[in-house]
Each structure stands twice: as structure tokens, then as C-alpha cells.
Ligand binder design. Structure first.
Ligand code: 5AD
Length: 495
């Protein structure tokens, strides 16, 4: 099965087996999606081809998440499903990547049967070699070393004709915060920043290959620092060079139409960041700013390093940067010691700030986190009730916001066909996002393709979490045409 080849540098290198197909499944956040994209590129560069099912693959990779759910249990069940396949084809290589891999390392090999490779986020480049070692009969291996000395960021390799409308670009990795509930500092290590020039280059590469939007990624994306940029506005440790990075990207890559980032920590949401939102034209009119709780008592126990009052000032300042700016957030309910009164404070904060959307989670104790020393004393039933009330509150606000958009015209960047697209009756449904990040669906004749097209839509209806829009022919006629196929819709990109 295995083939060896001599590389030009005369070192022995491994080549992929004659048949080399991989199946990659991703769990968790956008950073994991991004890491999976890079993993796919690294594998393809070594001769591997992606397939849609484990049955068709010689290599299965699970890129795991451990931030909330019972991650190891979930992984065990996913790997367990492959047991019959592994019994029939012992050559099948099963690799575990991502945060569970980093968190448990070598221990995973002992605890979960059938795993051949454990590979951490900073060891992705080693994956092809690790797989080849397995195919050559090596014992199972774990590689989970942070690149603390020689930090590197895997560069994207956009493929012609497969560029997404919105591309993800990493700006930093790791986290120096010590929020008591969070496992990320353990699974992703300390903060390391990617040089600004490298970031700008990658953004430019995506734009020249057709992406219209870039989403900057980092665990605390707004703590960014780089010596080549102008210094932070003051010695205040909350100030960072993230606002400068945003400005530099916008100035250096004029073809970029939209710029987003996730996830910022409220500590760095300073006046200079709000100013960037007011002044940098391509920045989204939306920010996802995780607050976690509205109670000062709980925020302190979470080690969030801001008070409710400070958060409100920061949020209002950002919301004032653009007339139609919106904000979403993350909330944890049932953190150890959270009383009814604390939870009411969270609901009142949601109303006070006017978030239009949120992600809500029941607190779950995570290994290696400081909050493990606190008693997980909020009963499951109370956590569930609080989560339900949280969703009721946000759904009222979110629905009112979406209703208020009916009749308005919005520039929508279409990502591709909707998940609900059935391509029946000569009509297709496409999905895109407004500058504020609301999801918009439109229905158009099926001979047209809206993938990666920026178009002006009139909002006709509001669903619970998305909008229905219409593209009007007469308005399109007045716009410059953008030919996509021989029978393309006369749509344009935003200028
Ligand atoms: N329990 C519940 N939710 C958590 N999050 C992170 N850690 C935990 C935990 N132990 C949530 C936070 C964070 C989001 C990514 O996941 O709200 O912002």
C-alpha cells in the first residue's frame, strides 16, 4: 500500500498510498472550520482526495470541539460508529484533531479504541506524515505541541472556482484571558499574533481569487498586537492594535467589500475600536460581543474583568458608531452560584443593550478550568428554564428587529443555495447576508446562480430568524451587468 519517494532535497519523504481518500468531519466553532479547511489543503497537497463518507475513505479525521458538550463521549460515539468499518478494513486510519485532541493528547489513544492518530491544532502540517507512518504499520501516535517558539500560521491556498463569498483569515491564536468556565486557554495555548503583513497578504489572496468578504478569526480577536503597526492609543492595557489592523486591511486591499471579525473580548472594545467602526467603510454594521452574564456578582466569578456598567458603556459606544449597527452576544445560564436575581439581571441587560440575537448555553463544567472549584449547584431543570426564558426574551427582540426591516432595500452577499433549496418548479432558493449579518433568502429562476454575488434585495417578509427578500428586475436593469454564465442574472456587486 505504502509508496516511498525521494524528494528533491534528497530526504526520504512519504507519498500518499495509491488510493488515498479522506473523510473529514468538523465539530465546533469557526476556528475549527478554518483549521479543517487548512487540514484539507495539507492533505490534498500530499495527494489525498476528499470524499463524502467514511465508507469511501482510507483516512477519517474528526476535528473536535471541547468547549461545552461532553466532548469525549461524543467522540467515543463517533469513533464507535466506525468500529465495523475498522474491523473490515484494519488499514483504515482514524485521526482525531482539534481541541479534544489537544486537551487529552496521548491519553485519548488509550481511552478510546480504534484511534490511530491524535493531532493538535498546531501540528496540522504533520498530519500527512503521521498518516503514512500508520499505513506503514507504526504504533498509534499523538502530536500535540504548541508552537510557542516558532509560531506559524497556516496560509490558505484558495482554489480557482471554489472561492467562498466569505473567507476566514486567522489573525491570532490562543487566549491569555482566564475566564473561569473556559477550556480554550488550555486547548489553544497562550496568545500568539500573526504578523499584519501576513494577514494582509492572505486577505489580498482571497480577494484576488474572488472572495468579497473576509471574516477575521481569533479567540480574543481584538487583543491583537504587532510591532509594525502604529502603537496602541494609550498605555491602558485594554487598548490593542486591532483597530489599526482593521484600518490597514481596508487600506491595503481596496477590492475587499466587507470585513467582519469574531470573537472580540469586551475588555478591548475601546473607544478606538468604535471609531474604526465609524470610519472604516467596509466594516460590518454588526458585532458579536459575548457578555456571558448581566450580573456583576457572576461576571466576577467568571473572571470576565469588566462590570455590567462597563459593558453597557462599551456596547453603546459601538452601537452608536453606525446608525444601523446591531449587536449579538453569548450568554451562559446556570453558572455556579447564579441566583434568580442574577439571572433577572442578565435578562434586563439583554433588553438594555438591545441585542438582536444571541447564543445561549447551559453552564457545563469543563476539565482544567478554574470554575471546577466552584460547585455546579444550579439544578439542570433550573438551567433549562432559564435558557428557555433567555430564548423567549431574545426572540421577541430579534423578531421585532427583523419585522422592522420589511420594505427596506439591503445589499446582500449571497453565499450559495439555501439549505432548504429543493430546486423544484423551476425555482431555486439562495441564501445571503446583509451588512448587519441577517440571513436573507431569495427565490429565483433556477437557470441563474447567485453564488458569491452581491445584490440589492427588497425585504418582503420576516421569518423567526431570517428574512425573505426579492430581487427586482426593473431595478436590476438600471445597474451594470455582471455576467456569470451565458444566461446570468444582471446583478452587480456593491461599489
Ligand atoms: N459552559 C457553557 N458554555 C460555555 N461557553 C464556553 N465555555 C462554556 C462552559 N463551560 C460558551 C461561552 C462562549 C461560547 C463560545 O461558549 O458563552 O462565549
Amino acid at each position: 500500500m505504502k509508496t516511498w519517494a525521494r524528494a528533491s532535497n534528497e530526504k526520504l519523504r512519504y507519498d500518499a498510498p495509491v488510493v488515498s481518500r479522506y473523510y473529514l468531519e468538523t465539530f465546533g466553532c469557526q476556528m475549527n472550520v478554518h483549521d479543517s479547511d487548512r487540514m484539507g489543503e495539507v492533505l490534498r497537497a500530499h495527494g489525498w482526495t476528499a470524499v463524502d463518507s467514511a465508507e469511501d475513505a482510507e483516512l477519517v479525521v474528526f476535528n473536535t470541539c471541547s468547549v461545552r458538550e461532553k466532548a469525549e463521549q461524543k467522540l467515543r460515539s463517533e469513533v464507535g460508529k466506525l468500529a465495523p468499518l475498522k474491523a473490515a478494513r484494519p488499514d483504515l486510519v482514524i485521526a482525531v484533531a482539534g481541541c479534544v485532541a489537544q486537551q487529552e493528547g496521548e491519553k485519548l489513544l488509550k481511552r478510546v479504541a480504534h484511534i490511530d492518530i491524535v493531532v493538535g491544532p498546531d501540528n496540522i502540517l504533520e498530519l500527512p506524515k503521521l498518516v503514512q507512518e500508520q499505513l506503514a504499520g507504526a504504533p498509534p501516535r499523538a502530536r500535540t505541541e504548541f508552537d510557542l517558539v516558532e509560531t506559524s500560521f497556516l496560509s490558505a491556498s484558495p482554489e480557482a472556482g471554489r472561492t467562498p463569498a466569505s473567507a476566514m483569515v486567522t489573525t491570532m491564536k490562543g487566549c491569555d484571558e482566564r475566564c473561569s468556565f473556559c477550556i480554550v486557554p488550555y486547548t489553544r495555548g497562550p496568545e500568539r499574533y500573526r504578523p499584519a503583513a501576513e494577514i494582509v497578504n492572505e486577505v489580498a489572496k482571497w480577494v484576488s481569487s474572488g472572495a468579497q468578504e473576509v471574516l477575521l478569526l481569533g479567540q480574543t480577536v481584538d487583543s491583537y498586537r504587532d510591532e509594525s503597526l502604529p502603537p496602541p492609543e494609550s498605555d491602558n492595557p485594554d487598548e490593542s492594535q486591532f483597530p489599526s489592523l482593521l484600518r490597514v486591511i481596508a487600506e491595503s486591499v481596496p477590492g475587499l467589500k466587507r470585513l467582519r471579525y469574531t470573537s472580540p473580548h469586551p475588555r478591548h472594545a475601546t473607544a478606538s475600536l468604535a471609531r474604526a467602526h465609524a470610519e472604516v467603510g467596509i466594516l460590518a454594521h454588526h458585532i458579536h460581543l459575548p457578555v456571558q452574564s448581566g450580573s456583576n456578582r457572576v461576571l466576577k466569578r467568571m473572571i470576565r474583568r469588566y462590570t455590567r456598567e462597563e459593558f453597557v458603556i462599551r456596547a453603546r459606544r459601538l452601537l452608536a458608531a453606525q446608525p444601523d449597527m446591531t449587536m449579538s452576544t453569548d450568554i451562559i445560564v446556570g453558572f455556579p452560584g447564579e441566583t434568580d436575581e442574577d439571572f433577572e439581571a442578565t435578562l434586563s441587560l439583554i433588553r438594555e443593550v438591545g441585542f438582536t440575537a444571541l447564543f445561549g448555553f447551559k453552564y457545563s463544567p469543563r476539565p482544567y478550568t478554574p470554575a471546577l472549584h466552584l460547585v455546579d449547584d444550579v439544578p439542570e431543570s433550573v438551567k433549562a428554564q432559564r435558557l428557555a426564558r433567555l430564548f423567549e426574551t431574545i426572540e421577541l427582540q430579534g423578531a421585532a428587529h427583523l419585522q422592522g426591516l420589511i420594505g427596506r432595500q439591503e445589499w446582500v452577499l449571497f453565499e450559495g443555495a439555501s439549505k432548504t433549496d429543493k430546486n423544484v418548479g423551476g425555482l431555486r432558493r439562495f441564501q445571503g447576508r446583509t451588512l448587519r449579518n441577517e440571513i436573507v433568502h431569495v427565490q429565483i429562476p433556477s437557470e441563474y446562480d447567485l453564488t458569491n454575488v452581491m445584490a440589492l434585495a427588497t425585504i418582503a417578509r420576516a421569518n423567526k430568524h431570517s428574512l425573505e427578500g426579492e430581487l427586482e428586475g426593473d431595478r436590476m436593469e438600471t445597474l451594470p451587468r455582471r455576467m456569470r454564465t451565458s444566461r446570468s442574472l444582471p446583478l452587480v456587486r456593491q461599489t
